[in-house]
Ligand binder design. Structure first.
Ligand SMILES: N[C@@H](CCC(=O)N[C@@H](CS)C(=O)NCC(=O)O)C(=O)O
Length: 200
């Protein structure tokens, strides 16, 4: 296998945490996103949407999308389980992971990209859209606070991919000036999850 990633990016970090949780090491090529290495023909042949991470399997198949890669890794190394075992567990974990991605990770990324113009060499940006996206992210937080007042981890009593998505999104948001740590249950949960060996 071979991994193409930018380890410090939010999605690069998600796959890195999954790998560390499972004790998986994969030869890795760092892709220079700011320099636009992902926009070239060579990289786009691996992933036509020009994003990292991308995993090349031993059979030479390219798998993009962080959750797809993570599910594949779970199929190779099932423990510790990050995607649930019973049908219900799997559904609840998927539900919370999708909520974390759609309600938070995407708006945080849109705010970052549109307010900073970091990728304006490759996309149109709008400050207004950046501000709206930052507000959408802030407005999503009470849902996570309410859930984490009731459960140890985001999708219940098991640490899962949903925790990885939410925790790393909040860490990234803070690093780029969008502080979403406004309520106690999220703060306590984030400290606990971030202290895991796989996060460091
Ligand atoms: N839905 C994709 C998103 C991947 C993504 O947005 N990756 C970012 C890094 S975190 C990227 O490659 N950005 C480069 C660019 O936009 O040119 C996933 O889950 O992997």
């Amino acid at each position: 296998m071979h991994l193409y990633t930018m380890s410090a990016s939010p999605n690069g970090r998600r796959v890195a945490v999954v790998m560390k949780e499972k004790g998986i090491e994969i030869p890795t090529t760092e892709i220079d996103l700011r320099g636009g290495e992902n926009l070239g023909v060579e990289f786009k042949a691996k992933n036509p949407v020009a994003r990292v991470p991308v995993l090349e399997t031993d059979a030479g198949t390219f798998i993009a999308e962080t959750v797809a890669i993570s599910r594949y890794l779970e199929s190779l190394v099932p423990q510790p389980n990050l995607f649930g075992q019973s049908g219900e567990e799997q559904a609840i974990i998927e539900m919370w992971n999708r909520r974390a991605e759609i309600s938070l990770m995407i708006p945080v990324a849109q705010a970052f990209r549109n307010l900073t113009g970091v990728f304006k060499d490759r996309e149109k940006i709008s400050k207004e859209w950046g501000e709206i996206s930052a507000e959408v992210a802030r407005n999503a937080m009470p849902m996570f606070e309410t859930q984490l007042e009731q459960t140890e981890y985001l999708a219940g009593d098991q640490f899962s991919i949903a925790d990885i998505t939410l925790a790393l999104t909040l860490t990234f948001a803070k690093a780029v000036g969008q502080d979403l740590f406004q309520a106690p249950a999220v703060i306590t949960w984030h400290e606990k999850v971030s202290a895991r060996e796989s996060f460091n």
